[in-house]
Unconditional design. Structure first.
Length: 365
């Protein structure tokens, strides 16, 4: 009798455990899937056949596994629409290439940074730049800051010896200044000083002191012309090798493509560039390759991936990363999911999963 009682107790306990497990599994299956808004921005989010992949997608799937949650991805056309969906409650989470900014943090909650980024410039490669326009190149050279600075220095250098020679030569018979009055005598002196600077002087002063000044001025002219020629040659060589966009300071006035409502678009407006905003970064690439844009400014990881894959040999990055930014996962303000996702993200970093995903998509760090 005792054995039968114990057997019945064990059977009841086992059935209770099975019932609890089945109830838990049923509840988990019944839990609604998390609605995750995203957008195509390779290599963070890209399409592979009929499903999404990329660094951000793989990272979220790993996070969802830690949370024990199912996911329904909702593809959005751009970052503005994605943020609107999260704000309106049409999506529980947003993940792609979403920069954490002070303005966005006023409206949304962000996870801890999931990837360090920043802006970078993409230009056409040498093979896609086509034949240079000689007239355009000449006008750009004439109006360049370097030429204007050198012309200013030359003007100052010409004025000083011109006045010295005018003062010494204005009363000399048959001198280079035929009129003792300041006007028009100074013009003759300025003409002589300018010609001497260019090593083209056809007259020498009559006064011995003026001749000493003339010799010193000729020597100065030789040094000036040689140094100017060396600087001009170096500048033209660098421009020929690098192109005319080498960093953010070269963007004002240029036609620069980026995506709509992005941090890059805001930055370009601050730089007074001629901003061209597109729905997708792929459209921005096409504008660059089609020569309707001079450059693309966007997130560095995205541009580097394109330059090394689909755009290899046709585009190249210019300068280094600037305006450093971090990507984050975005939630509606006050979302209870944020702490759980932060905890799961820390666990992925600690157990090495994050490092494996990073290496898969971006190579060794």
């Amino acid at each position: 009798m005792g054995k039968l009682t114990r057997f019945v107790c064990r059977l009841v306990t086992a059935l209770a455990c099975i019932s609890i497990a089945l109830t838990s599994a049923s509840a988990e299956d019944a839990a609604p899937a998390l609605r995750v808004a995203t957008r195509l921005v390779p290599p963070l989010v890209q399409r592979d056949g009929d499903h999404l992949t990329g660094f951000s997608i793989d990272l979220w799937n790993a996070l969802a596994g830690r949370l024990g949650a199912k996911t329904d991805f909702i593809e959005m056309p751009d970052v503005a629409t994605l943020l609107d969906a999260v704000h309106a409650g049409k999506a529980d989470v947003g993940i792609a290439a979403i920069s954490i900014t002070a303005d966005r943090d006023k409206v949304f909650d962000f996870s801890q940074p999931m990837l360090s980024s920043g802006l970078q410039i993409l230009v056409r490669g040498k093979a896609d730049q086509g034949a240079p326009n000689p007239l355009q190149g000449f006008m750009r050279l004439i109006l360049s800051p370097m030429i204007l600075v050198w012309l200013g220095v030359a003007a100052i250098l010409i004025v000083i010896p011109a006045h010295i020679v005018w003062a010494l030569e204005r009363r000399a018979p048959n001198g280079i200044v035929p009129d003792a009055r300041y006007f028009p005598g100074i013009f003759h002196a300025l003409w002589w000083a300018a010609g001497t600077l260019a090593t083209q002087a056809d007259q020498m002063p009559r006064q011995w002191l003026a001749r000493v000044v003339a010799i010193l001025w000729m020597f100065t002219g030789v040094i000036f012309v040689a140094y100017y020629t060396a600087q001009l040659t170096a500048a033209l060589t660098v421009e020929q090798i690098q192109g005319d966009i080498n960093g953010p300071d070269d963007l004002p006035g240029k036609r620069v493509a980026t995506t709509r409502a992005s941090t890059a678009a805001s930055f370009l407006r601050e730089q007074h560039a001629r901003v061209q905003e597109f729905e997708t970064v792929d459209a921005a690439y096409q504008a660059l390759l089609g020569s309707t844009a001079d450059a693309v400014v966007f997130d560095a990881p995205v541009l580097l991936y394109f330059a090394g894959h689909d755009g290899k040999g046709r585009v190249q990055t210019a300068g280094s990363v600037f305006r450093k930014e971090d990507y984050g996962i975005v939630f509606a303000e006050g979302s209870p999911l944020r702490k759980r996702v932060d905890r799961a993200l820390l666990e992925l970093r600690e157990n090495g999963t994050y490092a494996q995903l990073y290496q898969k998509w971006f190579g060794p760090s």
